[in-house]
Design a binder for this molecule. Structure first.
Ligand code: ADP
Length: 512
């Protein structure tokens, strides 16, 4: 055996044959023929047709073609199956090569061997190709190949459908035509990055479907190179992440709501804390008030009891002295009555039970009367009263008793919190729409830290060492009266210099 069969591996398990030039008469058949056929090499040499009969009919045409080629003096190959018996079937490859002597074919050398393995591999390959194709077509993802210019060469059916196209409608078209207009700039940039790299690039892009829907895909793409290392195209797989993105949006939205809720909770918590501290403060003020009021009640009561007992126990007391003591008893009783009235008033006003008894009267007149009432008190402290009230009638429509109470409270405070030999200035002005009274003193003043609370009931400035008795109801009452008359009160004060209170009340005919 020569030529191409000479290099057969030693363990080659096929059949060698040699025939004369027409393949009618066999010159040699190796004994291994027994492996694939139910006859021996001798039997085959005796009757070559035995072998033809064993070939599966389905291959007859291929076999005919094989002999035709061979007749022309050209090497030929054919594959066919043979049925040795019921159980044994072989797929054989028959390769024959004419051997020449000069230009004449002298004989033909042939080999026959099992190609089962090779075909099996091919079948496997075909099978996996088929599966790949199924995968390609049924995949929910968008799978595509672009040529070097960016045109679609291949796109899977489902992928195309997710963009509301048929695959054929996309083929040949440029990918940019399918990108959402505003996303084009970013897509071109990502594409340039992809082309400049050898690795898989992942980027998001917004496609536009046939009917105008925006669909976000996450693309995993890679450039493909040809033999000359030139880009021959791009292969990519894209996942529709529109719903993922909208879920992410929802998560983002929810978490910002959560942050907001947390903020509200913390604000509410602060407010609750504040409310508790206000309640605690109120409680503290109430306790202080109880002890103050007990003190305020006890002092006049003590002098009332003391003086009346003295009168009672001393029958020979001179009339003058009796009168004087009686006057003290009366004054103290009045002080008590005033105090009790204040307490009752404030609770009445706060309970919303106050009914203003409004009448038309001259407010200048009332102010002058109130000043007269505290004149003795001021003189006792050698305080100068400087009064400037225009001699005119200024009419208001208000509760005369309450306005009197208001003036008296302001004037009393101006004297009470004043220094010995200080000054109290009272100015009244008709501002045509409203009436203004300024009460200014040269007293101890109010520290800035106390100013915001000064109109709260029971609130008193604590002045350790120089405590001035009181209940903390006066200014609260003043503020309530002003509010009920739709007026205005402002207070300016400087510690150790003095305090100025300005009130404004609407005039008759200018009430809101
Ligand atoms: P009271 O005089 O019964 O203590 P008020 O409600 O009249 O209560 O006043 C509240 C607080 O405001 C007082 O404790 C006092 O310290 C302060 N105050 C009021 N008027 C003056 C004033 N003219 N000068 C200084 N402090 C004042």
């Amino acid at each position: 055996m020569q030529n191409e069969f000479q290099n057969m591996p030693e363990n080659f398990s096929g059949v060698f044959l040699r025939s004369e030039k027409e393949f009618k008469k066999l010159l040699y058949v190796s004994p291994s023929v027994k492996k694939y056929f139910d006859f021996s090499s001798e039997e085959m040499i005796a009757s070559p047709k035995l072998f033809i009969k064993k070939i599966d009919e389905a291959y007859f045409n291929d076999v005919k073609e094989f002999f035709r080629t061979l007749k022309k003096g050209i090497p030929a190959t054919v594959d066919f199956t043979v049925l040795k018996n019921e159980d044994e079937k072989f797929l054989l490859r028959f390769r024959a090569v004419p051997q020449y002597e000069g230009s004449e074919v002298k004989y033909i050398d042939a080999i026959m061997f099992e190609v089962h393995d090779e075909l099996h591999q091919k079948a496997l390959l075909e099978e996996s190709e088929k599966q790949l194709k199924i995968l390609f077509e049924t995949a929910e993802d968008l799978i595509f190949i672009l040529d070097a210019s960016g045109n679609f060469v291949l796109v899977n059916g489902n992928g195309a459908l997710s963009l509301e196209y048929l695959a054929d409608e996309m083929k040949g078209k440029h990918i940019l035509a399918f990108i959402d207009e505003p996303a084009k700039g970013a897509f071109i940039k990502a594409f340039q990055r992809l082309i400049a790299s050898f690795t898989v690039q992942t980027f998001e892009t917004k496609f536009q479907s046939k009917y105008g829907k925006s669909i976000i895909f996450e693309l995993n793409a890679k450039t493909v190179f040809d033999d000359q290392k030139k880009i021959s195209g791009v292969i990519a797989i894209g996942r529709n992440i529109t719903s993922r993105n909208s879920l992410q949006d929802k998560v983002r939205d929810l978490s910002s709501k959560l942050v907001e809720a947390r903020r509200i909770i913390s604000v509410e918590r602060d407010r609750a804390k504040q409310r508790i501290s206000v309640l605690e403060e109120l409680n503290r003020l109430k306790n202080e008030f109880v002890s103050n009021i007990s003190h305020e009640l006890r002092t006049p009561l003590a002098s009332i009891i003391g003086f009346s007992e003295t009168i009672d126990s001393d029958a020979s007391m001179p009339e003058d002295m009796k009168k004087e003591f009686n006057k003290i008893i009366l004054d103290e009783a009045k002080r008590l009555a005033n105090l009790i009235n204040d307490v009752l008033d404030i609770s009445k006003i706060e309970g919303g039970k106050i009914v203003l008894n409004k009448t038309e009267f001259d407010i200048n007149e009332i102010l002058k009367k109130s000043i007269e009432k505290i004149r003795a008190y001021a003189e006792a402290k050698r305080i100068t009263l400087s009064v400037d009230i225009p001699p005119e009638v200024v009419l208001v429509y208000a509760d005369e008793e309450r306005i009197t109470q208001l003036f008296e409270n302001l004037l009393t405070n101006a004297v009470k919190f004043n220094i010995e030999e200080g000054r109290v200035t009272v100015l009244a002005q008709n501002l045509f729409k409203e009436y203004e009274v300024i009460v200014s003193d040269t007293g101890v003043g109010i520290p800035a830290k106390d100013l915001p609370f000064i109109f709260q009931k029971f609130y008193r400035v604590s002045r350790p060492g120089t405590e001035i008795p009181g209940t903390g109801l006066g200014l609260a009452l003043v503020k309530q009266i002003i509010d009920h008359h739709k007026g205005l009160i402002t207070l300016q004060s400087e510690e150790n210099k003095g305090t100025t209170l300005i009130i404004k009340l609407p005039l008759l005919n200018y009430q809101g």
